[in-house]
Design a protein around this ligand. Structure first.
Ligand SMILES: [Zn+2]
Length: 138
């Protein structure tokens, strides 16, 4: 018998909070606003200054990371499934780059959650509601 594996069936906890959806929305907006000059990965790439949009993207990523209660190694919180290798071809960094499948799965899950909320099929937890806090034995 053939069993179909769905490795990231439930990449997110529920309920999705408004904080998470808002951060995710902003991150997609910011992706289109990057004004970073092309980075030379063969040269002094560490001298690269990221643009304001990229700085804000990482800030929203932190907010999203918290809102989704991810573990420290689940970083970044999301990755655009359309992401391509950002490093210049032939550089050592390019050879090591791989898509972060888990982060991409979270991206897709957030998109799905967003659609579900818009269509009224589900509700979001209000901002900072206890339901979105780390569950403790209280
Ligand atoms: Zn940028």
């Amino acid at each position: 018998m053939n069993t179909k594996r769905t490795p990231f069936a439930r990449p997110l906890r529920h309920p999705i909070s408004e904080t998470a959806l808002e951060a995710f929305r902003l991150m997609r907006e910011l992706e289109g606003k990057c004004t970073c000059p092309p980075r030379n990965w063969h040269g002094e790439y560490w001298k690269h200054q990221q643009c304001k949009a990229c700085g804000d993207w990482w800030e929203q990523n932190s907010i999203l990371h918290d809102a989704l209660q991810l573990r420290p190694w689940q970083w970044p919180a999301v990755e655009n499934p359309a992401a391509e290798n950002p490093y210049s071809a032939g550089s050592p960094a390019a050879a090591h780059w791989k898509p972060k499948l888990e982060a991409q799965a979270r991206w897709r899950a957030l998109e799905a959650a967003e659609r579900a909320v818009k269509s009224g099929r589900t509700t979001v937890a209000p901002l900072d509601s206890p339901a979105t806090q780390q569950c403790g034995l209280t």
